[in-house]
Design a protein around this ligand. Structure first.
Ligand SMILES: CC(C)(COP(=O)(O)OP(=O)(O)OC[C@H]1O[C@@H](n2cnc3c(N)ncnc32)[C@H](O)[C@@H]1OP(=O)(O)O)[C@@H](O)C(=O)NCCC(=O)NCCS
Length: 185
């Protein structure tokens, strides 16, 4: 299967339903850490639900309405990046990410997100890439900043999670901003 090197022994590859067992084992290693602000561990609670979630992204890929890629570090699945929303007609998409704790602090998600955002902007003509994040999730907000995004605003207390209504910050980068920051000329 094809892989894109992220450097330092890390690779970005498609993450597909047939990899459900590997995905579940990864999720079990990171369940508590990953679930601090997002419900991904809850939608991959066991093998059936893990496979269903991967299948939902295979379906999105087929329909061109989303994408999912895993990050492997020295051959171990340690995280991923995705387009939860991908609306090619409107030119808008929403990216997201996660890592198990042992893989955090190395820049892997920033590098992986750059690859998929570059593809979305340069190859697919996306105009706007969004990043929705709880205002409590400082590591993810820092990823958005490293990607050159700006905070558009805050959806106040819009997102109930584990009994608490969280604020959601909407960060984004526009195609022209992305191109001017990543121009090699
Ligand atoms: C959000 C999340 C993926 C961020 O992980 P992260 O490791 O901080 O992000 P990156 O992979 O981009 O790594 C950046 C860190 O590596 C460091 N780093 C080391 N080498 C680096 C490099 N070559 N390039 C960039 N950063 C590098 C950075 O300094 C930064 O560390 P710091 O925040 O202590 O300064 C992680 O906290 C997570 O999985 N959280 C749970 C799931 C989640 O909340 N997902 C987001 C939903 S919106």
């Amino acid at each position: 299967m094809f892989a894109i090197s992220l450097g330092d022994g890390a690779e970005l590859r498609p993450l597909e339903p047939w990899q459900a067992e590997e995905f579940l084992a990864h999720m079990d290693r990171g369940r508590e850490y990953i679930g601090q602000h997002v419900g991904l561990p809850d939608v991959a609670a066991d093998l059936d639900s893990a496979r269903s979630w991967l299948q939902s992204y295979a379906d999105k890929t087929a329909a061109d309405t989303g994408r999912l890629y895993g990050i492997w570090l020295d051959g171990l699945l340690v995280g991923g990046v995705l387009f939860r929303v991908f609306d090619a007609g409107a030119g808008n998409c929403e990216a997201g990410c996660w890592l198990e704790p042992a893989a955090a602090g190395r820049g892997l998600v920033t590098r992986a997100a750059r690859v998929i955002i570059d593809w979305a902007v340069q190859e697919r003509g996306m105009h706007r890439v969004e990043w929705l994040v709880s205002s409590e999730n400082i590591p993810s907000i820092n990823v958005a900043k490293r990607l050159g995004m700006r905070c558009d605003g805050v959806l106040r207390e819009n997102s109930p999670y584990r009994g608490v209504r969280q604020n959601t910050e909407v960060w984004s980068v526009l195609a022209a901003e992305w191109r001017s920051a990543h121009s090699t000329l």
